[in-house]
Design a protein around this ligand. Structure first.
Ligand code: KG4
Ligand code: ZN
Length: 349
């Protein structure tokens, strides 16, 4: 079964073709990073307009790269939740229209759940029960999957997502958007023990909190640059030296990653999963991969970096498994759901 998927929940316009949930035939991602970096973050209106301009060429390229004609495609999967309203609307409207025109079954896919399925596009699919650490710009959560569409949320962030913390800290020290990769690069020339930043203690040991860490970084940078705590943070970067920037990046990354790994390790001991995967944009982080492999007593097969950040291949993979257990959705009825937590989307029958 060949699934064509469309993903446009944030600032990447993407389409991909995947066979039987595991075989990647094509993966096209049109990133808007260049457009949004001038503003230091994603501008929703600009994102929607850009999706509209490129969505059909991106779909055509995904078909061409997979050497597929429409006749070869068995189903369409599309991200319908969660994400930016305008962005989700463009992707779902394209998918609904194509499903009607080309007479293909349509399956609505949850973006965050989709991130986990990047791990089904590697050589050997992970086995259940599967512990997933999902870490992106909008989400930080630990989820235990007992099977496809059958999962339990163990914990999640109570404030900022970890990717959001990377992005905000990058702004404080004057590194470009998106902050995750910029911090990872700057950290390579910094000292991870230069500053001791705090780890939040949570009532539920699997929950996360990153807003205190972000504030601690801000206070440290204000202190180190000799300004008062009410000094505007947007004027800080010009006062930050190369050395301070690298040391803050390394110390922040070290503690943020260690926090994620502490919780994943606890969940691993408590639930004894058969496999552990990481998913979402922050899963691209090499320090996270290094610490996790060091502390967990099982071999983790990591997805390639380009399948960790937003893409449609992961949506096509999940689309295949979802289609095994669910009827197709009427293209005329599919609605977007901009905020939908993973707790409400278990779909196994
Ligand atoms: O999954 P994603 O592409 O979009 C969302 O669904 O949010 O994740 C984007 C997030 C951003 O916050 C970005 O800074 C972060 O992933 N990110 C990273 C790295 N690459 C991307 N964070 C840490 N290290 C990286 N190498
Ligand atoms: Zn994402």
């Amino acid at each position: 079964m060949k699934v064509l998927a469309i993903e446009s929940s944030c600032d990447e316009t993407a389409a991909a073709v995947v066979e039987n949930g595991t075989r990647l035939l094509s993966n096209v991602v049109n990133s808007q990073i260049d457009i949004h970096s001038a503003y230091g973050g994603v501008v929703p209106e600009v994102a929607a307009r850009s999706h509209l301009e490129v969505i059909l060429p991106v779909v055509d390229k995904a078909l061409a790269d997979a050497s597929c004609a429409w006749d070869d495609i068995d189903a369409i999967a599309v991200t319908y939740a969660p994400g930016l309203v305008g962005s989700l609307l463009i992707g779902t409207l394209a998918a609904r229209t194509l499903a009607l025109l080309k007479n293909k079954p349509l399956y609505p896919i949850h973006h965050v759940e989709g991130h986990v399925y990047a791990n089904f596009l590697v050589e050997k699919s992970p086995s259940f029960p599967l512990l997933a650490l999902i870490v992106s710009g909008g989400h930080s959560q630990l989820v235990l999957f007992r099977g496809h569409g059958d999962y339990e949320l163990l914990g999640q962030t109570q404030d900022d997502a970890v990717g959001e913390a990377f992005d905000k800290v990058a702004k404080i020290i004057g590194l470009p958007y998106p902050g995750g990769p910029s911090i990872a690069t700057a950290a390579t020339s910094g000292d991870p023990s230069a500053f001791t930043f705090p780890k939040a203690r949570m009532q539920n040991p699997y929950d996360f909190s990153f807003s205190g860490l972000k504030t601690a970084v801000l206070r440290t940078v204000q202190h180190e640059t000799g300004v008062a705590y009410d000094f505007p943070s947007h004027q800080l970067p010009e006062r930050v030296s190369e050395r301070l920037r690298a040391d803050v990046a390394a110390s922040f990354q070290h503690i943020a990653v260690e926090t994620l790994v502490d919780k994943a390790e606890k969940a691993f001991r408590d639930y004894s999963p058969a496999s552990v995967v990481i998913a979402g944009g922050v899963a691209a982080n090499q320090e996270l991969r290094r610490q996790l492999s060091e502390r967990l007593p099982l071999k983790i097969e990591y997805a390639p970096i380009n399948l960790c950040t937003d893409n449609a291949a992961m949506i096509a993979s999940l689309g295949y498994y979802y289609a095994q257990a669910n009827d197709a959705t009427d293209p005329r009825d599919l609605e977007i759901v901009p905020s939908l937590s993973m707790t409400k989307t278990a779909w196994a029958k």
